[in-house]
Write a new protein. Structure first.
Length: 93
């Protein structure tokens, strides 16, 4: 494979990642609505650690466990912010 072919594959993977992130964000918004309806806190440190631990166990590289932790912490943070923003919209804040 040449550089252009590899870059094309990376572009395809990036599009797939974007689609999966969007789908994850949609589910996070649904969970946020359910949390709001049930007066539950948006942030659950235990759940976030469970998510990250589950992913790290499945990680076989080449990214390090720390790399995976950082990536998923950011994904979780962004999704949590979506839930908070949605809650503010729904309460008029």
């Amino acid at each position: 494979m040449d550089i252009q072919s590899i870059r094309k594959e990376i572009d395809t993977i990036d599009e797939q990642i974007l689609g999966l992130l969007s789908k994850r964000a949609e589910y996070a918004l649904l969970i946020g609505k359910l949390k709001q309806q049930n007066a539950l806190a948006i942030h659950s440190r235990e759940r976030e650690e469970q998510i990250i631990s589950n992913i790290i166990v499945k990680n076989s590289g080449p990214l390090s466990h720390q790399d995976i932790r950082v990536i998923f912490q950011m994904i979780i943070l962004v999704c949590r912010n979506l839930q908070s923003d949605d809650e503010k919209k729904n309460t008029g804040l």
